[in-house]
Structure formats: structure tokens, C-alpha cells
Design a protein around this ligand. Structure first.
Ligand SMILES: NC(=O)c1ccc[n+]([C@@H]2O[C@H](COP(=O)([O-])OP(=O)(O)OC[C@H]3O[C@@H](n4cnc5c(N)ncnc54)[C@H](O)[C@@H]3O)[C@@H](O)[C@H]2O)c1
Length: 338
């Protein structure tokens, strides 16, 4: 990475990834301008030494004015609620698609050097695992559809206007600062928060779904070079480990061991459209970004547990309205059972 200090616009800075990323960028000597509408995240996640604006990415005029003099954009803001997106498609696609187009439009207008977009492995849908970047996107729910649509607008605008872009595809990140009182996403944090309240973990379906989890620091070490590494323009890159696949049942077991709360999991109906096996190849990240898994799954969950333990358990916050309430809607959300 070059040592030249840049002005970097980061969205979602009160969120899990955006807060860690902006903190790291400031520590590297860059100026960070950040925005978050506080739909998710925590106020105290926002790093002290950034220029923070509370606001919505869909507020185009505000974004346009904040974008003045910006060199690079990292777009991390989203409502990354994949399972819920089938039931709250309007709210979720608005914050993923419209918010993204607003950010990209303002960034292109300002002629920034590069835009780095946080997409999601949801883009691959239910294809054969491990997912590789050359696979055609095959989204199966509104969250994934909105991410793929945002990617397409990004490519279109950047190619037309000769602006560099990189599409980062993180998967299931864990670590401190992740919202653990969100009942709709973040399985590890939900399980820990419940178990520490003496409640059994809730598992949708048989729990044999396979996933791969990455610790936040390993994700950051890939996002940082995306700032200005020369050969990354137009690349789509999966970020996360491909060594340690794990089932949701196993996650419940690890959380039980850590919390000392060993209650039989409560199995609920499968969630509609949930992909059974979702794991990515890290080959491209290894080649282009020297990706390495430095924190094991067990250690990553332990660090997440330590964070929640330090802050204390919290009641779950049902802050996103269910738009489609019918027989398919999980009772956990309908009846606030989490
Ligand atoms: N965490 C993961 O496991 C994971 C996996 C794959 C992809 N991603 C992607 O990485 C990015 C960051 O995820 P995260 O886990 O940090 O999520 P997060 O919910 O912790 O952070 C997202 C932040 O965006 C903010 N936000 C949402 N809509 C907004 C809007 N319209 N305007 C302004 N701010 C808004 C929220 O308030 C929140 O603080 C997202 O784009 C997500 O899709 C995350």
C-alpha cells in the first residue's frame, strides 16, 4: 500500500465491519468521513477520530455534499438481513440497492479514484460449493437480488466513467462490535446472547446447514489493500476462510461450551429460501491479497463471547418491521420468541 494519505468515505461506520475498517484506515493515516443512519450498529462503535455524520445513504443531496474531495469510497452500509429479506423486502432492498445507487452516483459525480463495494456470498445462491468468483450470480432472495443489482449498477457506472471498482464478497464475519441484540441475523451472537440469559439456542431446520465464519481481522486484512492495490480494479473477490466449514449444530455446541449453558437446542421450521450449503473458495484472495486465516473458528467465537460478556446480555431489538406476515413467516420473529 502506498503511504499517501487519502480522504476516504466509509458508509455504515456504526456497524460491525464499517467501524473496524474506518478505525484501521485512520490508524494508517487516512482521513475518514463516515455515515450511518443507526438502523443497525451501535453508537459507541463509531471511532472517535473520524468525521461522523448521522444520516441515510438514500439522502442523495446530503451524500453528494459529503462526497466533496473524497478519494476513495468503501460502501459497507446495508441491512444485511438475508433471511428476513423474504418478509421485509421493501426496507431491506431500499437500504441495499437504492442506498448503494445513491452512494455510487455521488461518488462517480465526484470522480473518486475507486469504489469498494461490500457485496455478499448470498450472490451465489444455492450453487455447488465452494463458490468461486467466476460463477454467475444466482440470488435466491431479495437481499441477494439487491446486492447483485447494486453490483451491476456499480460496474455500469464505473466502466462508463472510467472509475475503478472492487467487489468484496465477505462471508459470515464474527467478532467484537457485531450487533448481538438483533434477532434477525448474526447466528453466533444471537446464540451467545440467548445462552448467557439461560435460554436454549434456536436452530432453523435440522442444523446441518454448512457455513464458514471469518474473524473480523482476517476480513480487514483483505479490505485494506483494496484501497489502492493496482491489480484489483474490476475484481470480485471472496473474503474468508475455506479450511473450516461448520454446521449450525456445531456452532451451538461451541457456544454451549463457552457459556457453560448446555441446553438442548430448539429446532424451528426451515426458513424459506435459506441456502443449505454456503461456503466460498479463498483461492483468489490468497493469490491477489495474500489472504491467510490467522484466527481459528474456535478463537473467533471466543473473542465474540468475551465482547458480549463484557457488555452484558441485552433484550433483542425487533427494529425492522415485518412487511409480509403470513404462514411462512418464522414464529420466532412474528411472536418475538428470540
Ligand atoms: N457481517 C457479515 O457476516 C457479512 C457477510 C457478508 C457481507 N456483509 C456485508 O458487509 C457489510 C457490512 O456488514 P455488517 O455486518 O458490518 O453490518 P452491520 O449491520 O453491522 O452494519 C451496517 C451498518 O449500515 C447502517 N445502515 C443501514 N442502512 C443504511 C442507510 N440506508 N444509510 C446509512 N446507514 C445505513 C446500519 O445502521 C449499520 O450500522 C454489508 O454490506 C453486508 O451486506 C457482511
Amino acid at each position: 500500500m502506498s503511504s499517501k494519505s487519502k480522504t476516504i468515505f466509509v458508509t455504515g461506520v456504526a456497524g460491525f465491519l464499517g467501524s473496524h475498517l474506518s478505525e484501521k484506515l485512520v490508524n494508517l493515516g487516512h482521513k475518514v468521513i463516515g455515515i450511518d443512519n443507526m438502523l443497525g450498529g451501535y453508537e459507541d462503535n463509531v471511532p472517535k477520530n473520524i468525521e461522523f455524520h448521522k444520516g441515510d445513504c438514500c439522502d442523495y443531496e446530503k451524500i453528494k455534499s459529503l462526497m466533496k474531495g473524497v478519494d476513495v469510497v468503501y460502501h459497507c452500509a446495508a441491512t444485511a438481513h438475508e433471511g428476513l429479506s423474504v418478509f421485509s423486502p421493501y426496507e431491506i432492498t431500499k437500504n441495499n440497492y437504492l442506498a448503494s445507487v445513491s452512494i455510487f452516483s455521488a461518488a462517480v459525480n465526484e470522480k473518486v479514484e475507486r469504489i469498494i463495494f461490500c457485496s455478499s456470498m448470498a450472490r451465489y445462491g444455492g450453487q455447488m460449493t465452494p463458490f468461486t468468483e467466476d460463477m454467475k450470480p444466482s440470488p435466491v432472495d431479495p437481499y441477494a437480488i439487491s446486492k447483485v443489482a447494486a453490483e451491476e449498477v456499480l460496474k455500469n457506472l464505473c466502466e462508463l466513467n472510467n472509475i475503478e471498482y472492487v467487489i468484496a464478497v465477505p462471508h459470515n464475519i464474527i467478532g467484537p462490535r457485531q450487533k448481538y441484540d438483533d434477532p434477525f441475523r448474526n447466528v453466533v451472537s444471537i446464540m451467545i446472547n440467548r445462552m448467557m440469559q439461560g435460554k436454549a439456542p434456536i436452530i432453523y431446520g435440522d442444523g446441518k446447514q454448512t457455513r464458514c465464519f471469518s474473524y473480523i481481522d482476517d476480513c480487514l486484512s483483505c479490505l485494506i489493500p483494496m484501497l489502492d492495490q493496482k491489480d484489483l480494479n474490476k475484481q470480485i473477490i471472496n473474503i474468508g476462510p475455506d479450511e473450516e466449514f461448520v454446521t449450525i449444530n456445531k456452532i451451538a455446541e461451541i457456544c454451549a461450551n463457552l457459556t457453560g449453558v448446555n441446553l438442548k437446542p430448539i429446532h424451528k421450521k426451515d426458513r424459506p429460501q435459506e441456502v443449505k450449503h454456503a461456503t466460498c473458495s479463498a483461492d483468489k484472495a490468497r493469490t491477489l491479497l495474500n489472504y491467510k486465516t490467522t484466527v481459528s473458528l474456535q478463537d473467533g467465537i471466543k473473542k465474540t463471547f468475551d465482547y458480549i460478556k463484557k457488555r452484558g446480555t441485552r433484550p433483542f431489538d425487533y427494529n425492522i418491521n415485518i412487511e409480509i406476515d403470513n404462514e411462512l413467516t418464522p414464529s420466532t420473529w412474528k411472536n418475538k420468541e428470540i
